[in-house]
Ligand binder design. Structure first.
Ligand code: IVH
Length: 704
């Protein structure tokens, strides 16, 4: 590519020829991208060509063509795949890291279902394939849509690509009319190595591991490229179905197999959880010989009726768990310890490592947790690593478990360089210089510069645009940092003002910034505009209130329904007392700490003005009230006494799934009290208040 400098040396005739050439290339690239969904050049190349065109035009204004590419801002299509809303959410799995965790999982299920410890309870044990999940929709036996998981609610439409995968049937005989088959797309080791060899020979991109190769191959805008990649697919779950597949998980898998899908041959029906764990150990021992990557074993309750009763937590099923294999480790040198300041001011020490490969991925950073961890003790002062502290210059063992951030496990004191010193944790914030405090009994040290600390501000913004919050395509941590640095984005509202402030025009326009062109700028503005409509739960999560994580945000959204109700209640509860406060702490799953954090957040003058500026741009979608048609939707229910046909946990989960709020105490706000035998004071109070009191049987009749 010619640089900017050569433009000054162009003659007028050369410039005219060059402008004609650029107009041609860019017109062809536009057509390939917008009409055929088959880009021929990368975004970066496209932007560079456009910039070059603009630079030449700036030098030779008289030569600007009538069909100048500068005048054509790519038609609004956001680069990439169309979005697909999953009819049944694609969930993730909880993790177990030890046999004990698995025993707890079994015990929890038994408790939930009210099963004795020795009652029969069978599980399937299936390898957890390390690829990417895909949902395949068949209608009338024909494959009509394939979608990636995305954020679980909305994925990407990759139908054309999925059709090129040999293991994915195009038509099914004898399938339910509507059938969504879910499973994992992966790449076998030998195919992965051959692909990398080919890529290298062709001067193309190589992949760090089979999982990345599978993801990169499936998510190609050009399905011809996907077709040339050796992808495979195992089916293991399902989404929407017009009729039941079977009564058991094992039966459903057998059905998939009969329909022509590959199911994992190491899947085993185990009659006890102990048998499942044995299967885990057997597979773990031979894992390296499998020919493809797996990162654990998934246990699923085999009986689908029990799966139905167990249901889901906010993002994971109660009836399944992933038992992960022990993490891979590697030894490397700790080059430096740096402190990162998080959005709530927490100071996190990060190990900068001499890059090392751990389980197929190059690791150069790892978390060191906190000051105690570095010093070799836990939060109670008891020694960890037999009291060995970690110092700059040490040789350390690092490990990765799943997708989580790598960690430092141990240190080799025998190789410690002479003259090394204990690490001293900073007493001032490295970003704003404010004092660092560490409250008694807490492991975390915090910067006290809340509103003046730039590190906290930028981390809050990164959180705001993160995947579970506003999830703005093209606006990630890197872009936020750059915009923050230049003062373009100081608070969330500024994001939505970007287009108006830095959109069209020539000076200080986004498209003139490094790394941006007219098209990528336009795409960003589209993506931002799209998120002005935001579900309430995402907004609450995005605010970054301490102690309010993704599932708490969803709980608050469900409980208050709309932004106005939520904000009004938080402001009214400012003294941590009164009816709004009581109602808040009465929500099952909201503790006093979280409630206090939420209320205090709205009590800060600064936060309120920042919110007002943000809300001017947003249209907040009320929280979906699940099953609004259910007779208990929106009602507050209290269960008391013993229940006979289900456990308290199951009753609560079922009521919540139907849109009811379950509370632990009876008040004038209670709508229904379900009283079993032995109900005492709560029943009496309900009767005194004139509330509706139902027997368990009457309750079941109401909700079935
Ligand atoms: S079941 C409702 N089974 O693991 C549960 N998942 O961490 C749906 N995965 O997103 C998942 N092998 O991509 C299930 N045999 C298996 C799996 C499996 C791999 C992946 C899947 C899921 C992730 C959850």
């Amino acid at each position: 590519m010619h640089g900017k400098t050569d433009i000054a040396t162009l003659t007028e005739a050369e410039a005219a020829v060059e402008l004609a050439r650029l107009a041609d290339i860019l017109a062809a690239a536009n057509a390939a991208y917008h009409q055929d969904d088959m880009p021929e050049i990368s975004d970066a190349e496209y932007d560079a060509l456009k910039r070059r065109n603009a630079d030449i035009e700036a030098h030779f204004p008289a030569l600007k063509r009538a069909d100048s590419p500068s005048e054509k801002v790519g038609a609004a299509a956001v680069r990439g795949f169309a979005k697909v809303r999953h009819r049944v959410r694609m969930l993730s799995l909880g993790n177990a890291f030890s046999d004990e965790d698995v025993q707890d999982f079994d015990a929890q299920i038994r408790r939930f279902l009210g099963l004795e410890a020795d009652a029969p309870l069978a599980y399937t044990a299936e390898p957890k394939i390390d690829g990417l999940s895909l949902s395949l929709r068949y209608e009338g036996g024909r494959l009509v849509e394939a979608a990636t998981r995305g954020d679980g609610a909305v994925g990407e439409n990759v139908t054309a690509n999925a059709r090129t995968v040999g293991d994915i049937p195009q038509t099914l005989v004898g399938a339910p009319d509507i059938l969504e088959v879910r499973g994992e797309v992966y790449m076998a080791h030998e195919d992965f190595e051959a692909l990398n060899t080919r890529q290298e020979a062709a001067g193309g991109k190589t992949f760090a591991n089979p999982r990345n190769a599978a993801a990169g191959s499936l998510r190609q805008l050009d399905a011809k490229i996907t077709a040339s990649r050796p992808l495979r697919f195992f089916a293991y779950a399902w989404g929407e179905i017009s009729e039941p597949l079977s009564e058991t998980q094992a039966g459903a898998l057998a059905r998939f197999e009969a329909l022509g899908f590959s199911i994992n041959p190491l899947t085993k029906l185990c009659h006890t959880v102990g048998e499942a764990v044995q299967h885990y150990s057997a597979i773990a021992a031979d894992r390296a010989l499998l020919g493809y990557d797996i990162d654990g074993i998934v246990y699923k309750v085999d009986d689908l009726a029990l799966q139905g009763r167990l249901g889901f937590r906010s993002t994971t099923p109660r009836w399944a768990i992933a038992h992960k294999f022990a993490a891979e480790t590697a030894v490397t040198r700790l080059e430096a310890i740096e402190i990162q300041v998080g959005r709530t001011g927490a100071l996190s020490p990060v190990a900068r490592l001499k890059p090392v490969t751990v389980g197929g991925v190059v690791v150069s950073n790892a978390t060191l947790h906190n000051a105690d961890y570095i010093a070799g003790r836990d939060s109670n002062g008891a020694p960890i690593r037999e009291g060995r502290d970690i110092r700059v210059g040490d040789w350390v063992t690092v490990y990765r478990a799943g997708d989580v951030i790598p960690k430092v496990r141990d240190v080799d004191q025998a190789r410690r360089p002479e003259g090394s010193e204990r690490y001293v944790f900073p007493e001032k914030c490295p970003d704003c210089g404010s004092d660092v405090v560490r409250p008694e009994g807490e492991a975390v040290a915090r910067c006290t510069g809340d509103l003046i600390c730039p590190a906290q501000a930028v981390e809050k913004l990164k959180h705001f645009v993160s995947r579970a919050a506003f999830d703005i395509e093209g606006l990630g941590a890197k872009q936020i940092e750059a915009f923050f640095e230049d003062g373009w984005v100081k608070e969330p509202g500024d994001i939505f003002a970007l287009e108006q402030r830095y959109g069209p025009g020539e000076i200080r326009a986004l498209k003139n910034r490094e790394g941006w062109g007219a098209k990528s700028a336009e795409n960003l503005f589209d993506a931002i505009r799209e998120k002005r409509n935001i579900p309430l739960a995402r907004l609450i999560f995005g605010l970054g209130i301490r102690h309010v994580g993704e599932s708490s945000a969803a709980l608050l959204a469900r409980s208050y329904g709309s932004w106005d109700e939520f904000r009004k209640a938080m402001e009214a509860a400012r003294e941590h007392e009164g009816p709004e406060w009581e109602a808040l702490v009465d929500i099952d799953g909201v503790g006093k700490v979280m409630a206090g954090a939420a209320v205090d957040f709205f009590h800060q003058e600064e936060a309120r003005t920042v919110l007002d500026r943000l809300m001017a741009y947003l249209d907040v979608e009320d929280a979906a009230q699940p099953a609004a048609s259910s007779p208990v939707s929106g009602k507050t229910v209290v269960f008391t006494g013993s229940l006979e046909t289900m456990t308290r946990a199951e009753a609560k989960a079922q009521a919540e799934a139907l849109g009811a709020k379950v509370s632990g105490s009876v008040s004038a706000k209670t709508d229904i009290v379900v009283a079993g035998p032995g109900a005492g004071s709560k029943r009496a109070k309900a009767e005194a208040l004139g509330l509706e009191v139902l027997s368990e049987e009457e309750w079941r009749a109401l909700v079935s």
